[in-house]
Design a protein around this ligand. Structure first.
Ligand SMILES: [Zn+2]
Length: 369
């Protein structure tokens, strides 16, 4: 008899050999009812629930153990009571995978904290000494390739290559610490997991560089970037790039499929600037696909938001939902209601903005626009 414990939002069985669980794009307290009847379905395509076969007709509930495994080790264990019965089977409430502790705190045991690549193992004892179990990954292996918009359970993990550089400040120190960069990368991975995307750093630690050399014909003071970036040329960038922009483009690595992220001490007037390719009118591809971030103003979701600009290859949009990661300015905190979500989710459909974002970003993640 096949073991079909893990069920989709329509109650059909997952096939762990060809399908995976996915991180939800929904606002965490939306469409996650505390209880659901046996036959209830759920609108979130990434919600799932557990089902067990009862050992005999008089049994009305089953205890199921769910473990999250990371690199072979169990990182969390939760027990669920499955007590919505029909015939020989019982089902539990709908469950949802989330990626940060704010979302995980939202709905008790119904939210499960994960990273892409984790494995979810579920098991119960159908009789003394007779265990039934099933295991499924979060995201299909990166070696596969599937981007069907309506089948997130088929999506492979896509990896965006990023090179992270810290420009020295006027005192000669890196303008941002490795620890802070690690935190920002972790925050970005939390957000991008909604689209089955994670960052792949080209180096384990931050590369520290001198401020890029100024052009020979620039008679001003040496660049430090403690006070300014873009050389005062606020308008017209990438139609007529500023000397700063040219200098940074020359500091990129040679890989056209990696995003170079430069931290400087300070940018006027923004927190960060993403140089996505559709705004590059110079004919010089080196002026595309890099990001400059102000280390003294960076916010939790800045890296993920700027990567969205690169992968969507566009600027801000009208009617962006207030819960969208692509909304500007980004949230200061990771609260559940914050600007965290990537389409598709109900608000992207309502506003008709961003519903295709996961599809577009996945298509561009490994071969940049
Ligand atoms: Zn932006």
């Amino acid at each position: 008899m096949p073991v079909e414990i893990i069920r989709k939002n329509d109650n059909s069985a997952y096939d762990p050999n060809s399908e995976a669980l996915g991180v939800s794009n929904y606002v965490t307290n939306n469409e996650l009812p505390a209880t659901s009847q046996f036959g209830d379905t759920n609108p979130d395509p990434e919600n799932f629930r557990l089902q067990a076969r009862v050992p005999n007709a008089t049994t009305n509930s089953v205890q199921m153990k769910l473990e999250v495994k990371r690199d072979g080790a169990v990182v969390s264990t939760t027990n669920y009571t499955l007590d919505k019965k029909d015939g020989d089977f019982v089902r539990g409430p709908f469950l949802r995978l989330v990626t940060d502790t704010n979302d995980d705190a939202e709905s008790g045991d119904q939210t499960i904290l994960v990273k892409l690549g984790d494995k979810i193992k579920v098991s119960y004892d159908i009789a003394a000494g007779s265990k039934v179990e099933q295991e499924i990954q979060v995201g299909r292996p990166a070696s596969e390739s599937n981007n069907e918009p309506d089948k997130p359970w088929k999506h492979d993990i896509r990896e965006v290559k990023v090179r992270i550089v810290a420009v020295k400040d006027a005192a000669g120190n890196a303008c941002i610490t490795d620890a802070k960069v690690n935190e920002l990368v972790n925050n970005a991975n939390e957000r991008l997991a909604q689209s089955g995307i994670r960052l792949k750093r080209t180096q384990d630690t931050v590369e520290v560089i001198e401020p890029p050399s100024k052009p020979a014909d620039d008679v001003g003071p040496a660049y430090t970037y403690d006070q300014n970036y873009r050389d005062g040329h606020i308008s017209g960038h990438l139609t007529s790039p500023s000397e700063d922009e040219i200098a940074f483009s020359l500091s990129k690595d040679g890989d056209s499929n990696s995003i170079d992220i430069f931290f400087v001490k300070h940018i006027v007037p923004a927190v960060a600037i993403a140089y996505y390719s559709s705004q590059n009118k110079t004919g010089n591809p080196a002026l595309s696909n890099f990001i400059v971030i102000s280390s003294d103003a960076v916010r939790p979701f800045t890296v993920a938001h700027e990567i969205m600009h690169i992968l969507l290859n566009q600027g801000h949009r009208n009617l962006e939902p207030s819960t969208a990661l692509f909304y500007s300015p980004t949230s200061q905190f990771k609260t559940t209601a914050g600007k965290k979500r990537i389409g598709p989710y109900p608000q992207s459909k309502t506003n008709n903005v961003g519903d295709d974002d996961t599809t577009t970003m996945r298509a561009n993640a490994e071969t940049l626009p």
